[in-house]
Design a protein around this ligand. Structure first.
Ligand code: HGY
Ligand code: MN
Ligand code: MN
Length: 413
């Protein structure tokens, strides 16, 4: 048995091959969860796995597992992985880097004939992004909870696609993937991901060892007034939903992030009805993505959002409805596993720094059922959820090398 090595050329070639699935003219990817492009990527992964003699399994929410057997296959596996789905205008590294690095780790172990005490599995979690169907992290959330929330079956994507139908089509597209229970004991979970922020690149450090993830809440807001003629309706008679939304959001943009540099407040999706140039808006619908490392701050800001929007609506004779559609409390990763990652970074000769993640990840849910931790690598200008997302090849390879060393360090006795 020789020391396992990451095959940089093979790994970088895999990144290129998957980037072509759903690839966009601007060099990004559009591989939304449970789409034909997602199914094409899953198929390629399954074929690559079969070619190496790895077992391919999936569960009821189509989490896809590539399993390399260990000495005792009755024991809980060590999971490594990330996601293959992307944003609508996503980058080629968000998710795919960690998923394909995990597969490269399995290949490196296989090439070197390493016998691991337990199975090691590379996993692609379903719908991490939450951009096609909300919420995000559906696969890892269902895995950690051991069930698929009943209300998800009737969810529709922004294109009208029905979640339950697209899920069944995705499962059916890989008949060779043996079905396995949703949720099972796991020895540990390590996820490699791009930072999606600027600090590693700015500090010239190739590795972040991620100690936790800030909390995230998603809200759906509807402000309803009355459609009327744009030319004949004076101010006193207007119940303009757009004006109420603009007034309320203006106050929130001024009140939240300028007063707390750790807070994140984003309105990412916005629609106006009826949407005619010369009709006063009847209804405005939009999403809020709120993040903070502290739950108390999330509570405070969520209350302020509700109060501010309700007041702005009332001032304009409108009604306001708010629904929380996603709530991921902040998480702290496993101290013992983080220590293994630090040791592996030193052993691999890679400079690193401790970090918190501003983005949510599947590791957040795995941390509820197993020791979990993450590794970050820099991305150019910290840009992500953008087709220009880019990772230097040496950083991709460094991340995969540390994932391999961390996997070996994290294996149970
Ligand atoms: O939105 C997030 O934090 C993740 O990148 N999907
Ligand atoms: Mn991601
Ligand atoms: Mn993402």
């Amino acid at each position: 048995m020789s020391a396992p090595q990451i095959d940089a050329e093979r790994f970088l070639g895999r990144l290129d091959a998957f980037a072509r699935i759903g690839g966009t003219a601007k060099g990004g990817v559009n591989r939304q969860a449970l789409s034909p492009q997602d199914r094409e990527a899953r198929r390629l992964l399954a074929e690559l796995a079969a070619a190496r003699g790895f077992e391919v399994r999936q569960d009821a929410i189509a989490n896809l597992f590539v399993r390399r057997a260990g000495l005792d296959n009755s024991r809980p596996p060590l999971l490594i992985g990330s996601h293959l789905d992307s944003q609508l205008t996503g980058g080629r590294f968000d998710g795919a880097l960690g998923m394909l690095a995990a597969f490269e780790v399995l290949e490196a172990l296989e090439d070197a004939g390493v016998e691991t005490p337990v199975p090691v599995e590379a996993v692609a979690w379903t719908n991490e992004e939450g951009s096609h169907y909300q919420p995000g992290c559906m696969g890892s959330m269902a895995f950690a909870g051991g069930a698929i929330p009943a209300q998800w079956a009737s969810l529709r994507g922004h294109d009208g696609a029905l979640f339950s139908e697209e899920l069944q089509a995705t499962l059916a597209a890989l008949p060779e993937a043996a079905m396995r229970p949703l949720g099972f004991p796991v020895a540990g979970y390590i996820e490699l991901h791009i930072e999606q922020g600027p600090s590693l690149e700015r500090e010239g450090i190739p590795i972040g060892i991620v100690e936790g993830i800030q909390g995230t809440r998603w809200l759906e807001v509807a402000i309803t007034g009355q459609a009327a003629h744009a030319g004949t309706t004076a101010l006193a008679f207007r119940r303009d939903a757009m004006a109420a939304a603009a007034r309320g959001l203006g106050r929130l943009y001024d009140a939240i992030m300028p007063n707390d540099e750790r807070a994140r407040f984003t309105v990412g999706r916005f629609s106006v009805e009826p949407g005619a140039v010369n009709a006063i808006p009847q209804k405005v619908s939009f999403t809020v993505d709120l993040r903070h490392p502290e739950t108390a701050a999330l509570d405070r800001f969520e209350a302020a959002i509700g109060d501010t929007l309700a007041k702005a609506a009332e001032e304009g004779g409108c009604a306001c409805q708010i629904r929380r559609i996603f709530d991921m409390p902040p998480a702290v990763f496993s101290a013992p596993l983080l220590e293994r990652l630090r040791e592996a970074a030193v052993e691999t000769g890679l400079a690193w720094k401790p970090m918190l993640s501003g983005a949510f990840h599947d590791a957040l849910f795995l941390a509820r059922v197993a020791p979990a931790a993450m590794i970050f690598v820099p991305c150019r200008d910290g840009l992500s959820h953008n087709e220009a997302e880019y990772v230097e090849p040496e950083h991709s390879v460094a991340g995969a090398r540390l994932l391999l060393a961390s996997t070996l360090a994290a294996l149970p006795g």
